[in-house]
Design a protein around this ligand. Structure first.
Ligand code: PHB
Length: 403
């Protein structure tokens, strides 16, 4: 279904209005004898701690949401339904495709369900749209995917992220593409909303600093594009030697398949951020994705004992390969568990404070820590899609120095 994504100033205005209404609703509830830190949140009075899990269950990003739910649930199951020794009541809400569904879903779990913390969010524009709401409600949000650069800026005790910033994941691949393309040029094509724009900006910065040249740029309408042929013709006439791209979910499947047809001789190299070939997307692309090179902070083929342990448990539980989305929300559960075990009470304020003492996270991606903005300081990897025993997979080629 075609969806209009609200962007820029109108999201900002809308978000501030919603935040003001949330603050008013919470203040009114407090006057009536209830508060966010009271019994309804759970935990403090011995009942379960309510945690909101807001991920897409519909729209182009629904498969990503399912992976995130699985990752979170796996950690919970491995710990007997508890986080940090506290019984958890998960409250799920559908983020949908963008902010027009994701913002009200998040607002509902905060104001009506009175959760102690929120985990999830795939879409950058949704994360930007709920930021003010959770901060004014003093309910910690652990973003487990959405990479919007500005969401974490300033290091609020109520905003944390276990995934990435769009700019960094794009920047990670710039020097490598410049090296591979040499004196040739790169065409940029991406989903035309916050995530695509910011990932491309990060890429361009390090690519151009390394001497790379851009042949042209196209930003395709998000969530509605089905046919890439007109855009692929532009790439052809630009004479580019390579393409750099951000797409995820259903858009990544369609784009990579259509690109493979267009590039039948294989003369144009395809690069992107790792979402382009991740998880179920890669299975659906099959041979069309062979040779695609991407940067990401994870591959399910990472050869470490920690990843082996995680990937084995995930395969056993769900009969499928783990993805970056599952791993990011597995880590979100681990981080929240740590905070709940240290927090003086199961309140938003106490959890927010305790998150600051997270320290090093021993993750399937490799060890990482929160930086001053509460984003992961983490390794990035160069991955190449290869056929491994009849299945296409993101083989880890090297660790990237930039990121
Ligand atoms: C985002 O909107 O931030 C986003 C969505 C899907 C991805 C990565 C980033 O795979």
């Amino acid at each position: 279904m075609p969806v209009t994504v609200r962007t820029g100033a109108s999201v900002g205005r809308h978000a501030r209005l919603v935040a003001a209404l949330v603050a008013l609703a919470l203040a009114t509830a407090a006057c009536g004898g209830s508060s966010v830190s009271g019994g309804k949140t759970g935990g403090k009075t011995g009942g379960p701690v309510k945690v909101g899990l807001v991920v897409p269950l519909s729209g182009v990003y629904a498969p990503l949401g399912e992976d995130m739910r699985n990752g979170f649930q796996l950690y919970l199951n491995q710990h007997g339904g508890k986080l940090g020794g506290k019984e958890i009541k998960l409250v799920s809400a559908d983020e949908g495709e963008g902010p027009q569904t994701g913002v009200p879903a998040t607002t509902r779990v905060v104001t009506q369900e009175r959760v102690a913390a929120v985990v999830g969010l795939v879409n950058s524009a949704t994360a930007a749209g709920v930021r003010d709401t959770v901060v004014s409600a003093k309910v910690p949000l652990i973003v487990a995917n959405a990479g919007a650069n500005g969401v974490t800026k300033g290091g609020s005790p109520y905003i944390w992220r276990t995934s990435f910033t769009n700019g960094n994941v794009g920047a990670a691949l710039g020097p490598e593409v410049a090296k591979q393309v040499g004196t040739g040029t790169v065409y940029i094509i991406t989903a035309g909303y916050t995530a695509g724009k910011e990932q491309i900006a990060g890429f361009k910065q390090t690519f151009q600093a390394a001497g790379g040249k851009i042949a042209g740029e196209t930003y395709t309408p998000f969530g509605t594009t089905q046919d890439w042929q007109p855009y692929l013709s532009r790439i052809r006439s630009s004479g580019a030697d390579a393409v750099f791209s951000f797409y995820a979910g259903a858009e990544a499947v369609n784009f990579v398949k259509q690109f493979a047809q267009f590039n039948a001789g294989g003369s144009v190299k395809l690069f992107g951020t790792g979402f382009l070939t991740e998880g179920g997307v890669l299975s659906a692309q099959g041979p069309a994705a062979a040779g695609v090179q991407t940067a990401l902070h994870y591959s399910n083929l990472l050869d470490t004992p920690r990843n082996e342990e995680f990937a084995t448990a995930y395969r056993q539980a769900y009969n499928e390969e783990p993805t970056v989305y599952a791993m990011q929300s597995y880590d979100a559960a681990a981080v929240l568990a740590g905070a709940l075990s240290r927090a003086s009470a199961a309140t938003g304020e106490a959890i927010g404070k305790a998150l600051a003492d997270t320290g090093t996270v021993d993750s399937p991606r490799g060890s990482w820590t929160f930086d001053e903005n509460h984003d992961p300081q983490q390794p990035y990897y160069l991955r190449k899609v290869e056929n491994r025993n009849g299945k296409f997979a993101n083989v880890v080629v090297s660790k990237l120095s930039n990121g």
